[in-house]
Design a protein around this ligand. Structure first.
Ligand SMILES: [Zn+2]
Length: 218
């Protein structure tokens, strides 16, 4: 089960002065406050309501506080315990983990985005732009030369369906033989529209080939 619910004991007291509702022995009655929680992958996420129950450690009789047969004295003791019981913090652990991961994710995403924006503004030969295609696939564009208002690029002839498979297709041999011209403005716009979602720099370190030199524009 990925999700489910369970309960955890949050408070327990032996009430020596109260007799067992079943065997009437004194000194063995344990009153317990438990709390239900919802869990995802066995990690408790949301603590829910608290409820009282009890058991006799002499005759092993178990009961719930809401049971009609249970005396007002026991009900009262349970209500007092319930109001004082805060419950263990672990019932919130999933919530804390989730919030922490979300904060991490957004911080990282923000930092990457800033770095990518910087790469877009100051392109270098060898930069690889990761972009989303219209058919829900992903591919890359490689910067071959930088001119005043334009970039000379090669298109990757391959694409992947899973964003994490990108490394499989970024070999130099996968790029178009022909060169294409894109304006800085065009690139910037694609980045702002999140079509270009990442920029890889230093990719040329992996490649043994030197970038091809092109004649400069007049
Ligand atoms: Zn008993």
């Amino acid at each position: 089960m990925i999700t489910g619910s369970g309960s955890g004991k949050i408070k327990s007291e032996i009430k020596t002065e109260i007799e067992c509702p079943n065997c009437k022995e004194k000194g063995y009655l344990e009153l317990i406050i438990s709390r239900w929680h919802f869990h995802v992958f066995w990690i408790p996420v949301f603590p829910f309501w608290k409820y009282g129950k009890g058991k006799c450690n002499f005759c092993n009789f178990k009961f719930l506080g809401k049971d009609k047969k249970i005396s007002d004295e026991i009900k009262y003791e349970l209500s007092v315990m319930k109001s004082k019981a805060k419950g263990p913090i672990w019932q919130f652990s999933g919530l804390f983990i989730g919030v922490f991961l979300l904060i991490m994710l957004f911080t990282l995403r923000g930092e990457f985005k800033d770095e990518y924006a910087n790469y877009i503004e100051n392109p270098k030969v060898g930069d690889v732009y990761n972009y989303r295609k219209e058919n829900l696939k992903y591919s890359t564009i490689k910067v071959m030369e930088i001119r005043k208002d334009t970039l000379v690029v090669k298109y990757n002839l391959f694409s992947v369906e899973d964003i994490f498979d990108m490394d499989d297709i970024t070999d130099d041999i996968n790029y178009s033989f022909d060169n294409y011209i894109m304006t800085h403005k065009e690139i910037r716009q694609l980045f702002q529209e999140n079509v270009i979602y990442a920029v890889d720099r230093n990719n040329f370190i992996k490649s043994e080939k030197e970038p091809i030199e092109y004649e400069k524009e007049n």
